[in-house]
Design a protein around this ligand. Structure first.
Ligand code: FE2
Ligand code: FE2
Length: 142
C-alpha cells in the first residue's frame, strides 16, 4: 500500500500533486482488488502513467529542466516494466503484476517523488512558471 501524506508529499505544483494523488489511489485500488477487477484497473494505471509521464515531460520542456534526460529515462524504464506486466495480466497471470504493484511500485514511487519529481517541482517554482502551468497560457517550447 502507498500512503499519501498531505503534510509531506505535495510538492507545491498543483498539476503534479493532483497526478500523484491519483497515482497513489490507483495503486492502492489495485493492491486491494480481486482478480476479476485487476485487469481493468491495471489498464487504468497504464493509461494514468502514460498521461502522468507525458505531463511531467511537458513541464520539463517548457521550463527547460536540466535533468530532463535522467527523469524521462526513469519514466520510460517504469513504463516499460508496466507494459511487460500488462502482457502477463492479459494472459491471466496476475501473481507477478500483483507483486510489482504491491512491492515494486510501492517502493519506487516514494523514492521517485522525493528525488526526481521533487527536483522538478523545485525547478518549476524557481523559474517562476509554476502558477501558469495549470492553464494554457504558456507556449510549448522546443
Ligand atoms: Fe510524478
Ligand atoms: Fe516523474
Amino acid at each position: 500500500m502507498l500512503n499519501w501524506d498531505e503534510a509531506s508529499h505535495p510538492l507545491g505544483v498543483a498539476e503534479m500533486d493532483a497526478t500523484h494523488r491519483e497515482f497513489t489511489a490507483l495503486v492502492n485500488l489495485l493492491a486491494d482488488s480481486d482478480d476479476a477487477d485487476f485487469a481493468a484497473l491495471f489498464e487504468r494505471l497504464l493509461e494514468h502513467c502514460r498521461k502522468h509521464f507525458t505531463s511531467e515531460g511537458r513541464l520539463m520542456r517548457i521550463s527547460r529542466f536540466p535533468a530532463l534526460g535522467e527523469h524521462e529515462a526513469e519514466h520510460h524504464r517504469i513504463y516499460g516494466d508496466l507494459v511487460q506486466m500488462q502482457r502477463a495480466v492479459q494472459r491471466g497471470r496476475l501473481a507477478l503484476p500483483r507483486a510489482f504493484v504491491r512491492n515494486g511500485l510501492a517502493e519506487w514511487f516514494p523514492l521517485h517523488l522525493g528525488s526526481m519529481d521533487a527536483a522538478l517541482a523545485a525547478h518549476l517554482k524557481k523559474v517562476g512558471e509554476a502558477p501558469a502551468l495549470s492553464g494554457n497560457a504558456l507556449p510549448v517550447l522546443g
